[in-house]
Design a protein around this ligand. Structure first.
Ligand code: ZN
Ligand code: CA
Length: 467
């Protein structure tokens, strides 16, 4: 969400930093390291990793203000085969139904939750992203490639209602919704304040704030046989869910929604405190993951402020890697300068990494990104052991799990090459560097010790040879 008042609300509630830095986006970020190109792995994946933590990689398949041409579903569809080949196993789509802003809406102003670009309302038949046929084609094609599709659910608020007299406010409010789909009609009592609540956990930008305690609301969202959750899952064939602005309502709503149809879920709990993220995941009964904003801010501090010890900061991925969706940037916030190091971090560490469309398609070296995705899917796995932690160097070891041999990732925050002796799990074996920055082939000593190196302001990633 990035309407100015959305932004302002969030800043007020959270971090003034975000506003400062988010205005600096859109410039291509380049790695400060040597020009050596990453080795592009041409190997195909022998099996599709399970989407979700411990397996695949998610693509956030949009950015703020994608072209206003109702052709975005077609554009994403054209990328599916290449993304599959690169190792992407799930895509997160923007809200796919009609918003108040009709054909120009990014979808975060939901009006008709069942109009996927088929009804002439809010000034347009299509959504900003296309029509129902395009969306069906995209989802079907993604499934052909074993790529799951996650829907962006905006359940905190609605927008575009008609003015009506509201007995709970004593004023006229824009709370009368009679969408052309004929589904989820709603009125003033479905919003706050009403006969049940004056308010809930949070509201957004003055939009009518849904009251999830009302039976009409819970029935339409997840409770009844005709619910949104069932329609999106069984008719649209969405596989999972990204819940927008979960600070705005109780975690039990997410829990009930996920329990109604299953599927992977992740919540946008915009909070840099890892304990708060963990508490929210727990409050959903473990039905949902959360975006790891703690990791996001820690990476910004570590990679952009010359103090790699910030990688020791508390993160959701360290508390519960199976419930952490890690990311480097998204449609709302983009503050990390050394993005390739940050992507190396989330691809090597625990958690379910999410790649931002613009980073992958426009701003960063796609060969290096594909290399990191390949490393995540092939080498990364198991528990984590920190081997070196200083402001100028940071080295972690993933200990391997199943078919994944594990790896050693080495971050260098200085202007020159560095090297370190570290202890690996691979006694008497040969290891190599898998991003292509170092041509060293090292033989590990019997006690596991081995010398590795890393380039300036970048990373190297090591594992046993043969992959
Ligand atoms: Zn309520
Ligand atoms: Ca709310």
């Amino acid at each position: 969400m990035k309407k100015p008042f959305y932004m302002f609300t969030r800043i007020t509630l959270l971090l003034a930093l975000v506003l400062t830095f988010s205005q600096c986006k859109k410039a291509a970020k380049t790695e400060n390291g040597p020009a050596a190109n990453g080795v592009i792995k041409n190997k195909t994946f022998t099996s599709d990793a399970t989407p979700g933590p411990g397996g695949g990689v998610m693509m956030q398949a949009f950015y703020w203000n994608t072209p206003n041409t109702s052709s975005w579903w077609q554009n994403v569809n054209s990328k599916i085969a290449a993304w599959d080949a690169a190792g992407i196993s799930a895509i997160w789509l923007p809200p796919s139904t009609k918003g108040q802003s009709g054909g120009s809406s990014m979808g975060y102003d939901p009006y008709d939750y069942f109009d996927f670009g088929t009804y002439n309302q809010m000034g347009s038949v299509t959504t900003r992203f296309g029509n129902l046929t395009d969306l069906n084609t995209l989802i079907s094609n993604a499934h052909t490639h074993n790529i799951q599709v996650y829907a962006d659910m905006v359940l905190n608020h609605c927008s575009g209602g008609t003015l009506q007299a509201n007995p709970y406010t004593g004023t006229n409010t824009y709370t009368l919704f009679t969408p052309l789909s004929g589904q989820f009609n709603r009125s003033y009592s479905d919003f706050h304040p009403n006969n049940i609540h004056a308010s809930d956990e949070g509201s957004f930008g003055g939009f009518p704030d849904l009251c999830h305690a009302q039976a009409n609301v819970s029935n339409w969202i997840y409770n009844a046989s005709y619910s949104m959750s069932r329609y999106y899952k069984n008719t649209m064939h969405y596989d999972g869910w990204r819940f927008d602005y979960v600070l705005g309502y109780g975690a039990w709503v997410v829990q009930n929604y996920v329990n109604s149809v299953g599927g992977f879920a992740v919540g946008e709990d915009w909070d840099g405190n890892a304990a708060n993220l963990q508490n929210w995941v727990n409050a959903t009964g473990g039905t949902s993951s959360a975006f790891d904003f703690a990791c996001f801010y820690a990476m910004h501090s570590a990679f952009d402020s010359n103090d790699l010890t910030h990688l020791n900061d508390d993160m959701l991925l360290k508390r519960n890697g199976s419930k952490a969706v890690t990311f480097v940037s998204n449609h709302d916030t983009d503050i990390i300068g050394n993005k390739l190091s940050a992507y190396a971090y989330i691809m090597c560490e625990e958690g379910y990494p999410c790649v931002f469309y613009n980073d992958y398609e426009t701003w960063l070296d796609k060969g290096k990104m594909n290399n990191l995705i390949w490393i995540h899917r092939t080498l990364s796995g198991g528990t984590t052991t920190n081997l070196w932690s200083a402001s100028d160097q940071y080295i972690d070891r993933r200990n391997g799990y199943g078919a994944a041999p594990g790896l050693i990732v080495y971050f260098n925050g200085t202007d020159y090459w560095q090297q370190q002796w570290v202890t690996s799990n691979w006694a008497n074996r040969q290891i190599k560097e898998y991003t292509g920055v170092s041509s060293w082939i090292q033989t590990v000593a019997a006690d596991g010790r081995v010398l590795i190196q890393a380039p300036p302001h970048a990373y190297s990633i090591w594992s046993v040879t043969g992959y």
